[in-house]
Design a protein around this ligand. Structure first.
Ligand code: HMG
Ligand code: MG
Length: 308
């Protein structure tokens, strides 16, 4: 299989951690139920392809995200690989209890920079959702779990339009203050552009947030995800979220399509000489297999090119 020629560029990290969200963000929007053994095999193949952080599922209300109603059964079936972390989304204490029952070691809470999406996704205002998260983060930390915070609608909101940078920094700082070890900045509907990424990361730095504690989470709706990723790497970010095959979208965010495809990200990073630990041919094979399971081709350009 063809590989990119290594031509490094200045001012970029030597290693990037890919936070794989395919099994969670990728599948949560699928209308046809994916069998639990297919999900378990997907996660196993992603680990075998070298991914070291694989977000497995969500402990949300099963009526809100029916596709992930099998979270307990999936975790029972997981063939855990040494050195791989399998975070899960947890919105509230009920979700945390369910995750703790299954021996989960990494969770992620998920807030919104805008009021409309907080209501639509969590049935709460921004303030109420932070009140809901506070005991989750505190109890998770007491139990020795690692907690990531997601912040959605950082670059635009389908109902509210433009989202002020100060508003994003203000809600993001509140999530970090709860005790999250990392904040992932979500472009939920994929509308951001590179200058916006640079400005937002600059505003977090100016507010005293260490770039080390930030990750980026780009959906590729407008084809901007890779350009935005490069801008984030240039600003010092070293954790990038992506979804194998470019699967995904949020069922509660109008116009959200798939995440940045992990293969597209790996092609760019390897071309820049940045280590990821990912075996690209094995990953492409996984996404081709998953596309067969879902009954439609992967939207990833790299998957299309390498499997042609
Ligand atoms: P609610 O209806 O306000 O819940 O939903 P509630 O607290 O009023 O509880 C109502 C009932 O639900 C109770 O049962 C609870 O026990 C039960 P009853 O006492 O009536 O029998 N319940 C639960 N059951 C199982 N597991 C739970 C749970 N919680 C309550 N965890 C809630 C509030 C947060 C639960 C709901 O809004 C929800 O589940 N939302 C999840 C939405 C979601 O998963 N969205 C997709 C993920 S976010 C995303 O994709 C964006 C991201 O990728 C970043 C980006 O792209 O920007 C992360
Ligand atoms: Mg997302």
């Amino acid at each position: 299989m063809r590989a990119p020629q290594h031509v490094p560029a200045d001012n970029l990290p030597s290693h990037v951690t890919i936070y794989e969200v395919g099994p969670r963000d990728g599948l949560q929007n699928e209308s046809t139920t994916v069998a639990v053994q297919v999900k378990a095999e997907f996660i196993g193949r992603l680990a075998a392809a070298g991914l070291r952080v694989i977000e497995a599922t969500s402990f949300v209300h099963p009526k809100w995200v029916p596709q992930l109603a099998d979270a307990e059964e999936l975790l029972d079936r997981l063939d855990r690989v040494e050195g791989v972390r399998y975070p899960v989304l947890v919105p509230n204490e009920r979700g945390l209890d369910r995750a703790l029952d299954k021996g989960v070691t990494d969770i992620a809470i998920f807030g919104s920079a805008t009021e409309t999406f907080a209501q639509r996704n969590l049935n709460r205002s921004v303030d109420e959702s932070i009140e809901m998260f506070a005991p989750v983060v505190a109890r998770a930390r007491e139990s020795g779990l690692d907690v990531r915070g997601y912040l959605s609608m950082c670059f635009g909101d389908p109902w509210e339009g433009d989202v002020p940078i100060e508003q994003v920094v203000s809600v993001g700082a509140r999530l970090l203050d709860l005790g999250c070890s990392q904040l992932s900045l979500g472009d939920t509907i994929g509308v951001g552009t590179p200058g916006h990424v640079t400005a937002l990361l600059g505003a977090f730095a100016a507010a005293g947030v260490d770039t080390e504690s930030l990750a980026v989470h780009f959906h590729d709706t407008y084809g901007q995800a890779l350009a935005n990723t490069l801008a984030a790497l240039q600003a010092g970010v070293t954790t990038v979220d992506a979804s194998a095959g470019g699967l995904g979208g949020c069922p509660y965010a109008k116009n959200a399509t798939g995440n940045l495809a992990t293969e597209d990200l790996v092609w760019m990073l390897h071309g820049l000489g940045i280590e990821t630990g990912v075996d690209l041919p094995a990953l492409v094979e996984t996404s081709v297999w998953m596309a067969g399971e879902l009954g439609r081709p992967s939207p990833s350009n790299v998957v299309k090119a390498l499997s042609a």
